[in-house]
Design a protein. Structure first.
Lengths: 109, 114
């Protein structure tokens, strides 16, 4: 079975502060990990995927297989980063994507 | 290129009524899926399909039916609506090759069952 845990339902930071959204997963094989984001009144969209190893909107995430984590980080949060963030896992050869429960990030001015 | 189109955007049903949520995509994606989004529960997979004529169950399939007669369309049927099915429903699609799981989401359908 595959499972994604996002321990924080809510996260509030001030503009310019570093932010880290935590994601831990449970899967026995080699997973693919993703971060999806839903801004207010917009559709859910892909933010980044671990195999791309890229930085999107200043966010990065590193897959740590030892700690089974895929935390999302940004050194200096902006107000426009306020959104709901979902970590997601694809395990094995099927196409099913398992989502965590999400973390609502609020960046205060 | 409209992406993923869901209809209706809002629907109110009475317990026991049936209805179909429509989903269409124009990107030639092989994979299509339905999720429900509930507060504190995140997104849960209801049903998915990897091509016309092929469907399978997700985490929470009970009370829902799907079919995939064309590549473009993937309707979700509620057979006998229950208050527990009050939710926001999202349709999402992707390629199955190297673009697998880069999901394109619809705008959502908010369903209330009284």
């Amino acid at each position: 079975a595959q499972r994604v845990t996002q321990p924080e339902k809510l996260l509030s930071v001030f503009k310019g502060a570093p932010v880290e959204l935590k994601c831990n997963y449970s899967y026995s094989g080699s997973p693919e990990l993703f971060w999806y984001v839903q801004y207010s009144r917009q559709r859910l969209q892909l933010l980044l995927r671990h195999i791309s190893r890229e930085s999107i909107k200043g966010f990065t995430a590193d897959l740590n297989k030892g700690e089974t984590s895929f935390h999302l980080k940004k050194p200096f949060a902006q107000e426009e980063d306020s959104a709901m963030y979902y970590c997601a896992l694809k395990g094995g050869s099927n196409y099913k994507l398992t989502f965590g429960k999400g973390t609502l990030l609020t960046v205060n001015p | 290129n409209a992406g993923v189109t869901q209809t209706p955007k809002f629907q109110v049903l009475k317990t026991g009524q049936s209805m179909t949520l429509q989903c269409a995509q124009d990107m030639n994606h092989e994979y299509m899926s339905w999720y429900r989004q509930d507060p504190g529960m995140g997104l849960r997979l209801i049903h998915y399909s990897v091509g016309a004529g092929i469907t399978d169950q997700g985490e929470v399939p009970n009370g829902y039916n799907v079919s995939r007669s064309t590549t473009e369309d993937f309707p979700l049927r509620l057979l006998s609506a229950a208050p527990s099915q009050t939710s926001v429903y999202f349709c999402a699609s992707s390629f199955t090759g190297s673009g697998a799981n880069v999901l394109t989401f619809g705008a959502g359908s908010r369903l209330t069952v009284l």
